[in-house]
Design a protein around this ligand. Sequence first.
Ligand code: SF4
Length: 283
Amino acid sequence: MADFVPVSTLSRAGAAGGERSSTSSRPSEHKLRQTLGKKVGQAIGEFDMIEPGDRIMVCVSGGKDSYALLDLLVSLRRKSPVRFELLAVNVDQGWPGYDTQRIADHLEQTGVDYRMVTENFAPIVEAKLAPGQTPCSLCSRLRRGVLYNLAVHYGCTKIALGHHMDDFIETLVLNLFYAGQLAAMPAVLRSDDGRNTVIRPLAYVPEEFLVEYAELRRFPVVACGCPSCGLPGQKRQVVKGLLSTLEASDPGLKNHMLAALKNVKLSHLLDRDHHPGAAAGGG
Ligand code: SF4
């Protein structure tokens, strides 16, 4: 396990690039940054996400989550005894109206090395879409392929994505309800061909914290331009709404779901692959 920075020091990092002086003195921002730093440090430490010498490609879409991810990793790198590099990468998928210039301007201010990449696969997604289908699974597959190739091209050992705690628990419910599978997301994923490793340092960060942080830090949030993004009928949006309703009537419910992901009792499920005593093919 990498000797990682003590969580108590994460939040003492000075401003990551792009900090606005008008908000930097707010105590709530300092406190929130401390909390986020602790949660990110915990996830990185528990899953050995970062090793000495890593060059991490941070995928910055222009959404609140990826801006926060980059910001927090910049802070972490300043304080960590573990030496690692960051490369911010934005991929323009080709949806109309996607304002990449705002993202580039922000990345320029951070001082982090960055690349703006145009891939333009949105028309392929639209062309292959059957009526009534959602484009997300094809879009995600194409994006993953692009990111994997870019990481190799740029000599990056890890790919950092901005999925947060709510993404984990929503995926758990989506798989449970609609895919017949008990699975969320991997905190660390090695690709089948071994060329890439994906990490998700925001795994323990609730989305509401990221909303607040993005406002306090005045991140220039940019919509991806995809016409399907966030549509209320999407299953993920339905699950998100359901969990919010449950959380409102039973505060702490989402934290319990996260705790459940860390406390799996395989013997109390019905997957025979995880029951050493079950007879293969038996009735
Ligand atoms: S919402 Fe749009 S950009 Fe996001 S995964 Fe789906 S198709 Fe792709």
